[in-house]
Design a protein around this ligand. Structure first.
Ligand SMILES: Nc1ncnc2c1ncn2[C@@H]1O[C@H](COP(=O)(O)O)[C@@H](OP(=O)(O)O)[C@H]1O
Ligand SMILES: [Mg+2]
Ligand SMILES: [Mg+2]
Ligand SMILES: [Mg+2]
Length: 354
């Protein structure tokens, strides 16, 4: 039986290296932003992080496929942007030489960088080893100066086996309280940055993000919820990504009077997994939107391995085996296993009334 220890090490170091690049872009005023066909933003940070992570995967596991959010076609004629990304990618190294070697060392040319980005074009599915990569999740948060996450997961035959979330703007300390103010305390200043990770059947851990080599880790667990009315629930900052109205109605029905914690990215999954929050609700705004596998694969495993349950609003487990999206999934309800049933019951009641 495989323990996926090599995969976990490569994934954590690759995510760590990518955050060195994204942190540099985070501090720059001009983040080299393009608008994609669906009108959503992408930055030089997203492209650079995708290139570095796919390079690390392909150097270690050449036959594995990658479902990555970004692709390089727009960069092949945007030479200025391409050169800005290359300058970042060329300079980004882990401070520990052996760790840098583990992630495949440098990318050797601009062409190789563009090719690496384009290797994220797997169509996904239920067979074989496929990585799901979101080089910057919460790009809108990243642009706003809020939370974002570098997300990587390995699926084997459609099932998530390894999940890693690099969150440069979250506190290292698992017991630090969450801020309810999106604008406050969300920088990667001194002492910030955490990696969450999990291997199926082996539990979830966190460790300081660091800059080269992996810091000591500790196990993380969801907080036992004795009184659901005291639970902290997390949701997206962006009202277009999930229904704040439905989520408010559900929280109210659960007796929760505390304001929700609004946070961009899969930092929400990591935060509930370590007990800094309790419940994550993501109810669809539009019936035709299909959730992307890279927005959930790592977080789903980390929360489940920390003692949580993750389903959609109908109570179905998220199914990563259908392709690049979750296809027929209806939102996300993530909560500690002992109270998930109660939360789901209220979710169904509120949605039935619409
Ligand atoms: N209408 C929609 N409903 C749900 N998710 C959406 C959406 N439009 C975009 N998204 C996704 O929401 C993600 C951010 O989630 P959150 O709101 O939790 O920060 C985006 O990831 P990226 O930022 O990687 O593009 C994007 O994939
Ligand atoms: Mg995006
Ligand atoms: Mg995303
Ligand atoms: Mg993204």
């Amino acid at each position: 039986m495989s323990s996926y220890s090599k995969e976990l090490e490569v994934a954590e170091l690759a995510v760590q290296r990518a955050t060195l690049l994204t942190k540099r872009v985070f501090h720059e005023k001009a983040k080299g932003t393009l608008s994609k066909d669906d009108k959503s933003p992408v930055t030089i940070g997203d492209f650079g992080a995708q290139a570095l992570i796919i390079h690390a995967i392909k150097q270690n596991f050449p036959d594995d496929e990658v479902v990555g959010e970004e692709e390089a076609s727009s960069l092949r004629d945007e030479h200025d942007l391409r050169d800005q990304i290359w300058a970042l990618v060329e300079e980004t190294r882990l401070t520990d030489a052996s760790a840098e070697k583990t992630v495949g060392g440098p990318i050797l040319s601009v062409e190789a960088m563009l090719d690496a980005i384009d290797k994220g074009n797997s169509s996904g599915g239920s067979k074989g080893r496929i990585w799901a990569l979101d080089p910057i999740d919460g790009t809108k948060g990243f642009l706003r100066g809020g939370q974002y996450a570098v997300c990587l997961a390995l699926m084997v035959d459609g099932d998530v086996k390894v999940g890693v979330l690099g969150c440069p703007n979250l506190p290292v300390d698992d017991s630090a309280p969450l801020s309810t103010d999106v604008g406050v305390d969300q920088t990667d200043s001194e002492g910030k940055g955490v990696i969450f990770s999990a291997v199926a059947g082996q539990g979830a851990i966190s460790r300081a993000l660091g800059t080269g080599g992996l810091a000591k880790s500790q196990p993380i667990h969801m907080k036992p919820v004795e009184d659901i009315s005291q639970a902290t629930f997390c949701e997206s900052v962006e009202a277009a990504h999930s229904s704040h109205g439905d989520q408010f109605a559900i929280a109210t029905k659960l007796g929760i009077t505390k304001q929700s914690v609004r946070m961009d990215s899969q930092a929400k999954y990591g935060s509930i997994a370590r007990g800094a929050g309790d419940i994550y609700l993501r109810l669809p705004v539009r019936a035709d939107y299909q959730e992307k596998i890279w927005d959930h694969a790592a977080g789903d495993l980390i929360v489940r391995e920390a003692g949580g349950q993750v389903t959609d609003s109908l109570g179905k487990r998220l199914d990563f085996s259908k392709g690049r999206t979750l296809v027929s999934n209806k939102g996300v309800v993530a909560a500690p296993a002992p109270v998930h049933g109660k939360v789901l019951e209220v979710v169904k009641e509120v949605l039935a009334k619409k």
